[in-house]
Design a protein around this ligand. Sequence first.
Ligand SMILES: Cc1cc2nc3c(=O)[nH]c(=O)nc-3n(C[C@H](O)[C@H](O)[C@H](O)COP(=O)(O)OP(=O)(O)OC[C@H]3O[C@@H](n4cnc5c(N)ncnc54)[C@H](O)[C@@H]3O)c2cc1C
Ligand code: SF4
Ligand code: SF4
Length: 484
Amino acid sequence: MSEEPPPRRPTPPKLNPVRVPIAEEAPEARVQDFRTILHAYSREEAVLEAKRCIQCHRPWCVEACPITQDCREYIRLIAAEDFDGAARVTLRDDPLASSLCKVCYRYCEDYCVVAKKGVPIAIRHLKRAALEFGDADLAYVPSRPKGQRVAVVGAGPAGLMAAWELGIRGYGVTVFEQEPEAGGLMLTIPAYRMTDDDLRRDTARFRDLDVTFELERRVGSAVPVERLLADGYAGAILAVGTPASRTLGVPGEELSGVFPALGFLKAVHAGATVPLGREIVVVGGGDVAMDSVRSALRRSPGAHVTLVYRREREEMPADREEVHEAEQERIRFRFRTAPIAITGRGRVEGLVVRSVELGPPDASGRRAPRLVDGSDETIPCDTVIVAVGQRADLQGFPERLDLKVTPQGWPEGQGSGHATSVPGVYAVGGRSVVYAMGAAMEAVAELDAYLAARRGEATGPRPDPFGGETTFRLPVGYTTPIRS
Ligand SMILES: Cc1cc2nc3c(=O)[nH]c(=O)nc-3n(C[C@H](O)[C@H](O)[C@H](O)COP(=O)(O)OP(=O)(O)OC[C@H]3O[C@@H](n4cnc5c(N)ncnc54)[C@H](O)[C@@H]3O)c2cc1C
Ligand code: SF4
Ligand code: SF4
């Protein structure tokens, strides 16, 4: 009697650790203006790169994406040369895809299994390819009207995501935005990374949803939150973000030639003149500081631009790709250096700095900086850009909302799905575009359940945003969200 051979274990797919290179503008050329740095893949390059994906059964990449974008699926479709299908999958989960394919911090790539052996799949760049070569001029379709209107305060990524989620679920939405344009802090991202056209392409797909923008309308002191509910809005999502810059709190910050980073980047974005000098110092170590040094260099060609940061290079919160590109552009870095005062008579003449020692890690796990007495020196400069963080402006918002302000500055509801203590009112934001969108997604799911219960209806998952029958479901193999 012959024995059955043991079942053969499936051969693991062969892993190709080498990424199809992403072409970019040379540093000497790109600093001349605000031209886009990264070039799109060609069709052929995109297909080759997509074929490197081993289509993991457990989609680590999707689990790491705050909006559960099914990137595994759009990559599969690109590998099969179905770019229309890939564009549709992309836009099904991500209403700001034309923007995110340029500026997302790629949390998915950090968890891509290929990174264990080499360079992760270029998941973000493949999203760009899906939209470049597939049909991306689609319009979102609202489901059966709910007969209720929701107010969204703030038209940054969190507010736009909330408006989209509510719109496709059949709610009427009014978005109140204090600025003349929708986009929030995305409007400060320099054009060499993302342009206004990218955001316009995204919001154009909202055209058939019942979403109205009330621009230059501030909610708070002028229009109290309570009035919105009394005026017939069934609920509200506060997505007011961090529109104000933090200050250094050192003497001399009022001198001419000192600019808060947000004001500076907004002016650059608007094409306004900013009187920069030739010796420019930027204080900070995050992404806003990176955008500031690089924008300053482009606005003042040939200037010496120095970044001053109080910790070490590896502790900078800025995206590593940004830091690398800034180094290529010959930005000077001064680490373990803290500003003490800005000097000058009327106009900035110098930044007094002190050396920093890093102690043992504090409660946050980061090494606590300690100023070293007697180490002061002055960096001669005529411009200082302060990029040490942003904060919310909660003037006119009632205390009874019981908002928590996160360490990075945005206000958040403390209840389930970021509910505030006022029923039907939620408050969300996030440390990056996609994290802000993910928070809005959670809040809308809760608000929808709350409103459905009041209507005496059952709630369900997100409907197909293109009007089809298939509602949202997590991809096969998905286990649990990974949050970094
Ligand atoms: C220079 C810069 C570069 C960045 N680069 C990137 C990047 O490359 N990738 C990335 O993922 N993230 C990036 N970020 C971070 C990202 O932009 C933010 O995390 C994200 O915009 C937060 O979204 P939000 O909707 O919570 O808030 P915001 O974008 O701050 O939007 C809040 C909106 O609410 C409005 N508002 C505030 N108060 C009121 C009120 N009372 N009434 C009416 N409207 C109000 C504001 O005007 C604003 O439009 C960058 C940020 C900056 C500053
Ligand atoms: S949105 Fe960002 S994190 Fe999500 S799949 Fe796209 S690039 Fe990755
Ligand atoms: S983790 Fe990487 S290899 Fe696995 S499915 Fe996602 S992109 Fe493909």
